[in-house]
Design a protein around this ligand. Sequence first.
Ligand code: FAD
Length: 524
Amino acid sequence: YNLLFFLFIISRMISTIGNSKPLNILHPQKLLTSEISDKLQADPAAIDSASSDYGHIVKQDPAAVLYPSSIQDIVALIKVAYNSSVPFEVAARGRGHSVHGQAMVRDGVVVEMMSLKSHRGGGGAGGVVVSAGSHLYADVGGEQLWIDVLNATLGHGLAPPSWTDYLYLTVGGTLSNAGISGQTFRYGPQISNVYELDVVTGKGELVTCSAYKNSDLFYAVLGGLGQFGIITRARIALEPAPKRVKWVRLLYSDFSTFTRDQEFLISINGRGQKQALDFLEGSLLMDQGSPDNWRSSFFPLFDHSRIISQITEHGIIYCLEVAKYYDEHTQNTVDEELQQLFRGLSFLNGFMFKRDVSYVEFLDRVRSGELKLESQGLWEVPHPWLNLFLPKSRILDFNEGVFKDIVLKSNITTGPVLVYPMNRNKWDDRMSAVIPDEEVFYTVGFLHSCGFDNWKAFDDQNKEILKFCDNAGIEVKQYLPHHTTKEDWIKHFGSSRWKTFSERKAQFDPKMILSPGQRIFSNN
Ligand code: FAD
């Protein structure tokens, strides 16, 4: 086996001879004699699995894939990379649900984080250790999926307060971005709900960090796009888990009324505020044959035709989606509280739709759509997504210029489009995540999926949207950012945050080994 690996590396080295671009080539001897040699694989199946992602737009072959069975394996790999005369690059791969190759590394080593799951004990649940004493938290392996965190913590009647819409993402992967969903306006993004981290830095050092200990590393890693270290453990805040959820959708034909109501609802956001909602999102309904999409089948079938009539009449209908959790203590008051809240809103008369579901059904709401698409062969297709944060002050201009002009007039069928606001004060400026400079800002997500032959049309539309924002002076920030030039990255961060980001890079990953697929410090 070692011989095969050696031959593979040699063949890759030969294939790169004559290439004018300097390539980081693995130093096979050092890896082969290291303690992790038997955990590295370079067979076509391993290479193939690590060379694409959910986006199916970028393809990059690593030289090898590490299947770690312990944190020490990751430490050992990065130490070899760091100490090599020609350092090679390393990328942690969580679930590979990035869409622009962010977890890839050409000719380097991909660390298949989820391989740790089966070595944590307890069939993977051992990777989530719950503390249910006076301080509620869970110590969670960076490789764990959020669905595993949910299942393990619910066993103790507890759950994290902040989620993503889709739970089959790794903890390390979402904490490297932010982790947002309808809970963010009230509970903050997932990165605001972390007490402590274990991180293997780009020097191969395993460091425990928090707001009080090695705080520079802690803040760098949260939202840090994998640039400063590999998260191997996160201590996640927990709260008593709700049992059930009142889940409501309200339809609007007027965008300014829709956003005004969204902003009013997120203004009630105190943790202890009884009337506050627990979840708020929004989306566009456009002429696609059905008001439902793969992410949700919510509307009763017999209401479809009257919703479609509204869409036909107005072109776009805006759907405000909210949820309020309840349990046996609040089951008698929750409906009245919601009604009071809705009295001040201006949705279309007769267009309120309600469901009453379990907490797990609510949080795991996207899964059934995934399984359906998968069974139809429509899950592993290109996903030219564009996710943006934009300041509240320009959201009406965005509606006019992007939703009503670019999107509505385009001849491509748009995937789900999300649009909802959040509060800046629930984010921590010391972290690496980048958000607009206004107290309230919106996230807009264009979640396209398409055929392998036409993703470029969607990509072109994304570029058109960014160009429109640029021309109109709308200071958008990409979420799950994808930039290809250093200038664009500096613009993304802004000069002062860029200075901090690059200083932290020099401190924690001086040889620029980690997550080259983000293309921030590497042109790979
Ligand atoms: P990967 O794609 O594997 O990795 C992403 C980046 O993080 C890479 O640079 C990688 O090197 C790095 N990385 C991975 N693991 C670690 C680690 N342990 N330590 C350090 N760096 C690491 N995002 C939201 O915020 N909210 C949503 O509701 C949401 N819904 C989604 C739904 C779907 C269907 C999909 C495909 C994505 C969604 N996302 C959402 C985006 C998602 O959070 C990011 O793409 C995230 O990075 C995916 O996690 P992953 O485990 O697949 O990470």
